[in-house]
Design a protein around this ligand. Sequence first.
Ligand SMILES: C[S@@+](CC[C@H](N)C(=O)[O-])C[C@H]1O[C@@H](n2cnc3c(N)ncnc32)[C@H](O)[C@@H]1O
Length: 314
Amino acid sequence: MRPSEAPIPLFEKARELYAIARLKFKTTYDKTRLECFIHSLFQDIEEYNRYLLTYSHKSLYESKVFEIGFGPRPYRLLALIGLGIEAWGIDLDIPVLEGTIGQWLELLKKNGLERFLKSFFRFYLFDLKERKELEKSLKMKKGAFTIPKERLWVGDAAELELPCSSFDLIFSEDVFEHIPKERLEILVAKMGLWLKPGGLALIRPMVYTGIAGGHLAEWFPGNISSGLISKKSEPWEHLRKNRFQPNTYLNKLWRKDYRFLFSKHFLILEEKVKYPALGQEWLTEEIKKELSCYPEEELLSNNVLFVLQKPRTG
Ligand SMILES: C[S@@+](CC[C@H](N)C(=O)[O-])C[C@H]1O[C@@H](n2cnc3c(N)ncnc32)[C@H](O)[C@@H]1O
């Protein structure tokens, strides 16, 4: 079950969707930006490989991999599979894979009208173009683009039952902040069982206390200084005036909360902030004073990669 999302006035929702669509349009229909987007997926994959080699002493190619929350466009997972890596994933929502009539009807039934409409327009405006680029990149890397549906499961990751020690790597990008804390407690404990001893979990939530943590598109890392979206809110609006609600559920966990949650089942080997300077220029003395109950580390967090290892013994 998807956690209830805050009711947002229709106008606000439309405005936020328009901002996101406008940005997506710029990314997808600008060749360089599209190439950069696909390149960034392969950079993530190289990063996973580096961590595995460093801490588990095996490569991605020797690993069994699981993604939590692959999203409506499961490109990382498809890229891994296309490279010949044994990978599976789960998401609450059905992804649009081929765009057949049967699939659209199933999507409408399972994801509801709003998500159906979003997926429908996204598929024809953006997804097909992005896929072509992914296909091209995979070909250049001697891989092949395929969509093995049986590897893309639909359901709540916290409700999944899997054999112990099934995977060498579990990863997740931009998902944990959307899962209620009680469900995360269950999921993180299960991840500890699903990983082999010495296996890694690479979990990168968007931390709530950072400038982008309120999930308003105008503060997203790619937009904050680009001028593509005009700003209606103030920096750290969600921790201050909180006048605008995002079009998604957020559990509002701080970085310290994730640390505490993960430390119950894993060794925390590293924490890496993806955009270390994000928000710095907006953190004036006045705002620092107003937000003095938040340590600076929290305010300057964004996508934080938690590198977690299942202890080898015990
Ligand atoms: C912001 S999207 C991120 C998608 C993808 N990881 C990416 O980086 O593009 C968050 C995704 O997490 C999924 N999600 C949220 N809660 C989940 C849960 N309990 N189990 C599985 N997937 C979940 C949502 O359906 C959504 O597709």
